[in-house]
Design a protein around this ligand. Structure first.
Ligand code: FMN
Length: 180
């Protein structure tokens, strides 16, 4: 399955980097968007917003990312949970890239235009309470389904700092999820 990996972590020695390595090693010719390495600007500018209602962006990276999403059948997101949410870098990616007439059609209501399978691999620290209640409604129940992606799987690795056994088990769950 043609897979686009969207990776959001700034530090190459993070556990998220280990997840990325595992994901890439499991896939045959994946495409990869590494938002930090790409120096993506997640801020929706005044200029971007002035053309937002036309489904356009002033950021030249946006159209390139949309083409790569359109060429894929599966999207794999890898990111840490920061304040019960995705890092601002990824939130800005959603804001700027999931545009009208690409991700949704709002001419008669609000219809999703994408149909990708979505895998979310996240990590969290020791403040895991509330993550299920924050991430599931936002990502699993609303964001992706609103743009037409109904096949969503989310795996979170809790308390990754200390526990090597937990890390290994999680990486094996990542491998299994990619096989399905
Ligand atoms: C800005 C920031 C906010 C964070 N917010 C949370 C949080 O809300 N809940 C939680 O469990 N962990 C939180 N953490 C901990 C990270 O989720 C954790 O350090 C990370 O998932 C570990 O993976 P890594 O080694 O790949 O960075 C936060 C960390 C940072 C830097």
């Amino acid at each position: 399955m043609k897979t686009l990996v969207i990776y959001t972590h700034p530090y190459e020695k993070s556990f998220n980097a280990a997840i990325l390595d595992r994901v890439l090693s499991c896939l045959d010719e994946p495409d990869l968007i590494d938002l930090y390495a790409d120096k993506f600007n997640p801020v929706m500018s005044r200029e971007d917003l002035s053309v937002y209602s036309h489904g356009a962006s002033k950021d030249p990276k946006v159209e390139k990312y949309q083409k790569r999403i359109a060429a894929a059948e599966r999207l794999v997101f890898i990111f840490p949970i920061w304040w019960y949410d995705a890092p601002a870098m990824l939130r800005g990616f959603f804001d700027k890239v999931l545009l009208k007439d690409f991700a949704f059609d709002d001419s008669t209501g609000f219809d999703g235009l994408l149909d990708h399978e979505v895998l979310l691999f996240t990590t969290s620290g020791d403040r895991t309470a509330g993550i299920e209640g924050a991430v599931r409604p936002l990502f699993v129940e609303h964001l992706f389904s609103s743009i037409g992606c109904e096949r969503i799987q989310w795996l979170n690795c809790e308390a990754v700092q200390d526990d090597h056994r937990l890390r290994k088990e999680f990486l094996d769950r990542v491998t299994d999820a990619l096989k399905l």
